[in-house]
Structures are given as C-alpha cells and as structure tokens.
Design a protein around this ligand. Structure first.
Ligand code: SAH
Length: 425
C-alpha cells in the first residue's frame, strides 16, 4: 500500500468505495454521489483525492456544482505525490498535446489541439484554425485567471496566432455556477480566416457557426469518403459543405442538403473557393436551388435548404437515385433516455438512403451521439439494410479524427461513428 502523503497544501476530497473503484478501473471522473467529504474545497480548486480510509489516490480538479465533482489530473500510478504546481503541469500537458499533433496530424492547418480528458487537461478544448486559435473552457478550475494566463502565454509562445478567441456555452457556465461571459476575442483582432483540410479550403469565422466553427472531428472521414465516392452524390446535413466539397472532384454532381440557410451560404462561398479543383474542364462555383441569392453558372454542386427527413421522403417517393449518399445528422441522443427514439431516427434516415442508392452505391453514415454505441449503430444499420432489402458490405468502420483522441478507459471521449458501406444489389 502506498503511504498517504503527510501533508499537502491542497484540500483533501475523500471518496466512497464506489468512487474509488471507478478510479481504479481507469476512469478519471468521480460523481458527487461518490464523495464522502470535500473538506470545504473551494470551487475550482486543485485537490488531493483519497479513498474512504484516507489512502492517497491522486490529484484532481474540483467542481463545487457539477455532477462530475472530481476530474483527475494525476493518479498515484503517475505520481505518489500530490500535484503542487498546477501551472507547471498545465504547461507540460499543453506541450505534450502539441507534440502529439505534430506526430499524428497530417494535411491540415485546422485540427483540435487539446481535447480535454483525452489530453489529460479536463475541461479544456483548444482548436487551431490556421492562424486563429479557438478555446472552450468547461470547468471552474480551468476558468481561473492564473490558468487562463498560463494557457494564453503557452499558446502564444508555440503558435504566435493572429488571434485567440473564446467560445462560450452559457449553459456550461450556468452548470458550473460561473459568472456569465460572452464569446469573443481574448487576444488579437482577426476573427476570420481560411483553413485548408486535405487540400480543400474553407472559410472560417471564429465567432459564428456551430461547435468552435467547423467539424474537425470529421476531417479524416471526409478524405476516406472521397476515396469511394462516385457518380451522383447527396450530402444530407451538409452544414458548410465538409463532405460535399471533398466529394465534388470525384463525382459528376453533388447535392448538399441542410435546414440552416446561414450554413448553406458559407457552403456556397466554400464551393467558390475550391471551384477550380472540382474538375479541370468544369470550372464553376455552385448554386442554390430556389434561392434568391446568387446562383452561378456551375452545375457541379447545388445546395438545398430543406428538412432532411421531408426531403428524403419526397425524393424516395419520387424514385430519385444516387450513387453516393452521406448522412451526418446532429446528435439525436442527448441522453441515455433518448436512445430508442434516436435509433428510430437513424433507422428512418438510413432506410430511405439505402432505398435510393443505385447498385454499387456508397453509403457514408454517421452518428455523433455518444449514447449510441458503435454496436448499436451497426445493429441499426443492419436492420435498415434488411428492411430495405439491400446487401451491404462494410468498407470502413471509422470514428473521430485522431486529433480528437479516444482515451480507452474513458468511454465518453469516443463519440463519433462513421460507417462507409457499399450496396451490392
Ligand atoms: N456534415 C457536416 C456537419 C453536420 S452537423 C460537416 O461535416 O461539416 C448537422 C447539420 O444538420 C447542421 O448543419 C444542422 O443545420 C443540420 N440539421 C439539423 N436538423 C436538420 C434537419 N431536420 N434537416 C436538415 N438539416 C438539419
């Protein structure tokens, strides 16, 4: 047994046997219900964690309000001593996260630099979009001023970015009982830039858009999907054209569908940025169907503003057919309770898409719901294939891009599924 450190400057949080066994199984979170005593730990403090007998288990960041009260930053397996200098640890972890990306990330100037628990920096997300860095702070401990200062100085020193912005989710701040704060620039003045993923260019606006602005977690899946795509393609839930623009050089025609007009406006601008790469003999931009704004002479990509469920229903009823279909809906299951309804939603979409694929067609189907496991998703897809009377061959079962690492003992770090399959009848 490890000796309990005699004295630590940080408060000590004592866990129940259930909390202890959760940590021993490799997880890094402990829920409030598994805490025996907090020793008046201040909100956001760095605390020593012990089992119910006082045996040292590691060091954690403490939240006084979240259900996840404890997020470990070090365990007794890493160090038998409590973390004394959190800013120094922070600097080291940031450097490690950057070094990991230098080894792993290719063909892009936009990627996730720090992915919270998966980079041993719980509550912190940093994305790089070329010369703009975008950060999200999700916990009391990371919101503290000294932590912010270390973060900004390390990021500046490594990247010399034109600017650093913070994207704020008001709901998260409320849950962490942090004072309200607006999204905005923390440093510099630049709020938009152009990023290049796999040779495809995208406009990036740091203060608008979903997530921190783009779906970086799909970057490697765009590239994989393009490898199999052919013929006429339909990109359903296309947002700003991530899949559509990657498919365009491989396909005779691409239709992108989304219910968000602002997203489609950016998709259209993105298409114009890449027009010369789509096809040497077919220089074009793109056009919106039934839109009052600019429709160019191009026929290669079109964007349709519609509810995807209605559109798929209408198109399949009308007998429309495609060679490649991408489905990348928003998360249907926000909690475990939504699982059945989510699976029904996924099945409806996939069933319709399968019916509309020509023989040898390619289905690229995604789910970003953490609560839908990979096996749930594959089972749903198998059911949809059976109902559609299509034989499906799995080409690739994929997840999120490697700059969003999956920490094996922390299942919550793995959320994205992307299945590429071919229809064989
Ligand atoms: N494939 C995109 C990301 C899709 S995110 C990419 O790689 O960048 C999900 C998208 O679904 C969002 O753009 C959202 O506007 C859109 N959406 C949500 N509900 C929809 C619906 N019912 N019909 C069509 N689009 C919808």
């Amino acid at each position: 047994m490890l000796p309990t450190p005699k004295r630590s400057e940080s408060p000590t949080v004592k866990l129940s046997p259930r909390g202890t066994s959760r940590l021993k199984s490799g997880h890094v979170w402990v829920y409030r219900s598994d805490i025996v005593s907090t020793n008046d730990a201040p909100p956001g403090s760095v605390v020593s964690v012990t089992d119910h007998r006082g045996q040292f288990l590691g060091t954690a960041l403490y939240s006084s309000s979240s259900q996840i009260a404890i997020r470990m930053i070090s365990t007794e397996k890493i160090s038998r001593e409590p973390v004394k200098d959190f800013p120094a640890l922070l600097r080291q972890r940031i450097a490690n996260a950057i070094a990991y990306r230098e080894r792993i990330v290719r063909n892009t100037d936009a990627y996730r630099l720090i992915f919270s628990e998966a980079d041993f920096l719980p509550g912190l997300i940093v994305d790089r979009y070329s010369d703009i860095l975008s950060l999200q702070i999700l916990t009391q401990a990371i919101d503290a001023d000294p932590v912010r200062q270390v973060l900004l100085s390390e990021l500046t020193q490594h990247f010399h970015p034109a600017s650093i912005v913070e994207r704020v989710d008001p709901r998260v701040r409320e849950l962490e009982t942090l004072p309200p704060r607006e999204s905005g620039l923390l440093q510099g003045e630049k709020t938009s830039t152009i990023i290049t993923m796999n040779g495809v260019q995208f406009h990036f606006d740091a203060l608008t858009g979903q997530k921190t602005g783009a779906f970086l977690d799909q970057r490697e899946n765009y590239f994989a999907a393009a490898h199999y795509a052919h013929g006429e393609a339909l990109d359903v839930f296309c947002y700003q054209g991530g899949f559509a623009l990657h498919l365009a050089p491989r396909c005779s025609h691409v239709t992108g569908v989304d219910s968000s007009r602002p997203a489609l406006e950016v998709a259209d601008q993105n298409a114009a940025l890449n027009a010369s790469d789509f096809h040497a003999s077919d220089l074009h931009a793109s056009k919106f169907q039934a839109s009052e704004f600019h429709a160019s002479e191009s026929h290669k990509i079109e964007w349709i503003e519609a509810n995807a469920f209605d559109l798929l229903k209408d198109y399949s009823a009308a007998g429309k057919q495609y060679d490649t279909i991408v489905l990348d809906p928003p998360a249907f299951a926000k909690s475990k309770r939504d699982l059945d309804a989510a699976l029904r939603g996924y099945k409806e979409l996939n069933l319709r898409a399968l019916k509309m694929l020509r023989p040898s067609g390619i289905l690229v189907t995604c789910s970003c719901s953490y609560h839908v496991s990979q096996s749930d998703f594959l089972e749903m897809l198998a059911g949809a294939a059976l109902d559609a009377r299509r034989a499906l061959r799995l080409l690739e079962v994929r997840g999120q891009s490697k700059d969003h690492p999956v920490l094996l003992n922390v299942p919550e770090t793995s959320y994205l599924k992307c299945v590429i399959a071919s229809v064989n009848n």
